[in-house]
Design a protein around this ligand. Structure first.
Ligand SMILES: Nc1ncnc2c1ncn2[C@@H]1O[C@H](COP(=O)(O)OP(=O)(O)O)[C@@H](O)[C@H]1O
Ligand SMILES: [Mg+2]
Length: 411
């Protein structure tokens, strides 16, 4: 049964149903007293009769609520309303990674995959620091916000610091292609379990397919056997532009024996940061926003406006300087401002209500407003980083240096 728009559930008002999973319904709602959007996860009514599942649901809320990190979906509340159980959490306005991969048509350029991975591993590092193991890391549980946020959600299978978890009555024990052998075998798992899943997700983003797909009917090797024997196509064979450091990172995560696998999320995070030029989460968000919007992963909402300025390429810059153009976007009242010269560097992209653009002094993403008083934007400034499509470029750390170039000059 669908959950009716406008229905009140405690202090939340239903806006729309946004998904249905193994455990129940996912609802977009508005928290009235704080006037903010929220997502309510409601346990399926036919499952409420299993006390263990209700307990798991409660555990999911408690475990996730303890963690405060920008790469982990925040939990606002847990409550029961007319016999149903709900978890209220932060609404990540965007899509999950699984949907994004489908919309993009498979794989991502290595740098985009690496940036998403960096944010995921930052989230995992935090989760592990609480002694929690997520146990269900996969694209459907990684959310990408329209402003480039990357957040881990769905703690439905998480193992808390006491080591207790619930696996009865056989619902949702995990997603086999993402589960390491020890989890499949029902053995004791620790944080390295999530690192295996992390490796699978990274592989999938780079290669556009799973390293260990579910076996077809005529295949004799089971999923487990292939994982144990490390039988998978090397990522650089499927995605030759992948730099070696990233391919070896995948390899070390996919090892069957936990003792031979990457040791910790922190070690992986440090390695990625080092090779990507130590981008902050804000840097990553800016780069991801540009790329994801450009690839049509998100849709403009009514009355929404995207401002975007792309700087000229070196060879074009003498003749083409900040030539703004306007492009009406379909029937919606949204407008996309572009200075489009050459391949797009990952410039910041701002999303405004359309009304903001109508104002005479509407802010420009790189306009004079972005410079201190007495300064104007430097028209000769070079693109800060390599274009997102430049998949062969392995100079990630060089580009970070360029990023510190000043873009304002005395005016
Ligand atoms: N906080 C959220 N913000 C936005 N979308 C969400 C949020 N939580 C879940 N979703 C969407 O709902 C789907 C199912 O939610 P999830 O928490 O993974 O529940 P399940 O236990 O059913 O897998 C996700 O894949 C995602 O697309
Ligand atoms: Mg899920």
């Amino acid at each position: 049964m669908t959950t009716r728009r406008g229905k009140n559930l405690g202090s939340f008002t239903v806006e729309a149903e946004i998904g249905r999973g193994g455990m129940g319904v996912v609802i977009l709602a508005r928290q009235q007293n704080l006037e903010r959007p929220a997502v309510l996860k409601k346990i399926r009514s036919d499952l409420t009769e299993f006390p263990e599942l209700a307990e798991r649901f409660e555990r999911e809320a408690r475990t996730a609520a303890a963690i405060h990190h920008q790469n982990v979906v925040a939990v606002y509340d847990r409550f029961s309303w007319r016999g149903d159980h709900y978890i209220a959490q932060e609404f990540v306005d965007g899509v999950d990674l699984s949907t994004a991969l489908t919309r993009i048509g498979g794989s991502l350029p290595w740098r985009i995959a690496a940036l998403i991975s960096l944010e995921v591993i930052r989230g995992l590092e935090e989760i592990h620091s609480y002694g929690t193991v997520h146990r269900d890391l996969k694209p459907a549980n990684i959310l990408l916000g329209r402003r480039g946020e990357v957040k881990i959600g769905d703690f439905g299978l998480a193992l808390d610091a006491t080591g207790s978890s619930l696996t009865q009555p056989g619902v949702m024990i995990g997603s086999p292609p993402y589960m390491p052998p020890e989890q499949m075998l029902g053995q004791r798992v620790d944080a390295r379990c999530d690192l295996f899943s992390f490796g699978v997700v990274l592989y999938e983003m780079l290669a556009g397919r799973l390293p260990f797909p579910e076996p077809k009917d005529d295949e004799t090797d089971s999923l487990l056997a292939r994982m144990q024997r490390q039988r998978y196509e090397r990522v650089r064979r499927r995605a030759p532009a992948t730099p070696r450091f990233l391919a070896s990172l995948v390899k070390v995560c996919l090892r069957a024996k936990p003792a031979r696998r990457a040791a910790s999320a922190s070690a992986l995070r440090r390695r990625l940061e080092e090779r990507l030029g130590r981008p902050s989460s804000a840097d990553v968000r800016a780069e991801l926003t540009s790329w994801l919007w450009e690839r049509g992963v998100f849709e403009l909402k009514e009355n929404e406006t995207v401002l975007r300025v792309i700087e000229p390429r070196l060879e074009d810059e003498r003749s083409l300087r900040w030539v703004p153009g306007a492009l009406a976007c379909g029937a919606v009242v949204a407008t996309l401002l572009l200075v489009d010269i050459g391949p797009s560097p990952p410039e910041p992209l701002a999303i405004y209500p359309a009304a903001a653009l109508a104002a005479p002094d509407a802010p420009d993403a790189k306009g004079e407003d972005s410079c201190p008083p007495g300064m104007i934007p430097d028209p000769d400034a070079l693109p800060a980083q390599t274009g997102p499509d430049d998949t062969n470029d392995t100079r990630a750390s060089d580009s970070a240096e360029a990023e510190s170039d000043p873009t304002c000059i005395p005016g």
